[in-house]
Design a protein around this ligand. Sequence first.
Ligand code: 13P
Length: 256
Amino acid sequence: MSRKSFICGNWKMNATHLDAIQMVQKLSYRLELSDYERVDVVVAPPFTSLRSVQTVIEADHLAIQLAAQNVHWEDSGAFTGEVAPAMLAKLGVDSVIVGHSERRELFGETDENVNRKVKAVLAAGMTPIMCLGETLNEREAEETESKVAGQLSAGLKGLSPEEAVQVIIAYEPIWAIGTGRTAEPDDAGAVCEFLRRRFGDEFGGSFAEDVRIIYGGSVNPGNIAALMAKTHIDGGLVGGASLDPDTFASIVRYWI
Ligand code: 13P
């Protein structure tokens, strides 16, 4: 099975719902139907914009997919400030970013919680986009592989191969996020290849062939083609460069 490219704009904590409506409309004007056949085009606005963006997608029959940036693992209850998986699924959310390094580093998200969230997202019929990656210190200490292997296996713990293969693995080296410093395509490709091999060790080679592994960290229109040329990189998770619809559209159309 060939792996369809997956390119997601993670808007992080940017844009009001009014901005978001304009951004997604502008993005749609810049894409052609054939682009969506080649790439799963995804935007991940903040919670407050999900409903607005979903309404635009539905009204204009857009093939843009909708992602959320976080979720809680419980179905409902006394969890002030949290959002349940079913609430997102009902809104037409297709996928949910889980375990982003900003959540791990700034909000104390642990591997155990990432694993709970991955399971909850799958149970609600959505696709988890599970992030992992090493710090600069870890890279310099040559601990990249042990770090990402640990995060991969902890995040996917207890899943069947059929479940695990639905997860999109996002390799995001922390030192490359928001710094303008992209991993060299060879280095990023090597880590993604390593992750695919580890995935195969745990879930079997044929599932490893099918699982999508994407790269994030200072992706821009100038480096996306070289990243996508790597066999084991199936897409991108784009932060800053996804906020401008023109720029994001040229990342989505990376082959042009
Ligand atoms: P930047 O593209 O701004 O480096 O952010 C990457 C990221 O964290 C996407 O989730």
